[in-house]
Ligand binder design. Structure first.
Ligand code: CTP
Ligand code: MG
Length: 222
């Protein structure tokens, strides 16, 4: 069985103004509903676990009902750090789950095709992420905005979600994390010594961080 964990328990601090970006309207539905529907439509996903802020548990139930998300297995409250929200999602997965897909609801442009690509790849390897080769020139600034160096970009990738894991590998990686903070789940697996592969995704899959990102996503989804 494959379970998708959809994360929507962040504080949206960079959006400002005390809003919860997961529940802002994007074209004709809340941001989180776009991801829920993509995983609902994927033939490679059996169950969905949704992780939200505890104040949003009731609103999330309404969203799930309104958009007919039949694969919903559980809605659980997240933690103060992203990795705590992932841990809460992992703890709520059905016992028969062998593969787990983790997705940031802040990426509403995810498609069933992207989901299938990582879901298929993870049958052959412990961990997989959607990613795109870096195309911008990358500069490093040690102090403020003064450039210290230009970083060769040939081997650099910009990593997105969905990411897919053999659940055993991800659980082991999380158990060994201790107090270390990771910015994505593949990093936990890397730190645990297992192999992580990237699947190239050139389709737009932006992460909504600011109000401007919401406008761009809206234009792409119309
Ligand atoms: N997330 C989560 N639990 C947290 C932090 C983040 O479930 N404690 C989720 C967010 O809801 C988001 C995804 O992880 O879908 C990526 O995080 P990010 O884009 O950083 O969202 P926020 O943490 O909400 O935003 P900010 O960092 O601006 O506060
Ligand atoms: Mg954050």
């Amino acid at each position: 069985m494959t379970t998708a964990i959809i994360l929507a328990a962040g504080k949206s601090e960079r959006m400002g103004g005390g809003v919860d970006k997961a529940f802002l309207s994007l074209v004709n539905k809340p941001v989180v509903a776009w991801s829920l529907l993509a995983f609902e439509r994927s033939q490679d996903v059996d169950k969905i676990v949704l992780v939200v802020r505890k104040e949003q548990l009731i609103a999330s139930k309404a969203v799930v009902k309104m958009f007919g998300i039949s694969k919903l297995h559980a809605i659980v409250p997240g933690g103060s750090k992203r990795q705590e929200s992932v841990a809460a999602g992992l703890a709520a997965c059905d016992v028969d789950t062998r593969h787990v897909l983790i997705h940031d609801s802040a990426r509403p442009l995810v498609t069933p095709e992207m989901i299938s690509e990582v879901a298929k790849a993870v049958r052959r390897t412990p961990a997989v992420a959607c990613a795109r080769p870096v195309t911008d020139t990358i500069k490093r600034c040690e102090k403020g905005c003064t450039v210290s160096a230009t970083v060769p970009r040939e081997k650099l990738w910009s990593v997105q979600t969905p990411q897919a894991f053999q659940i055993r590998e991800l659980r082991a990686a999380f158990a060994n994390l201790g107090k270390r903070v990771v910015t994505d789940d593949c990093e936990a697996v890397e730190l645990n010594g297992a192999q992580v592969k990237l699947v190239e995704n050139l389709r737009p899959n932006l992460k909504i961080t600011t109000v401007e990102d919401l406008q761009v996503a809206g234009a792409l989804l119309k």
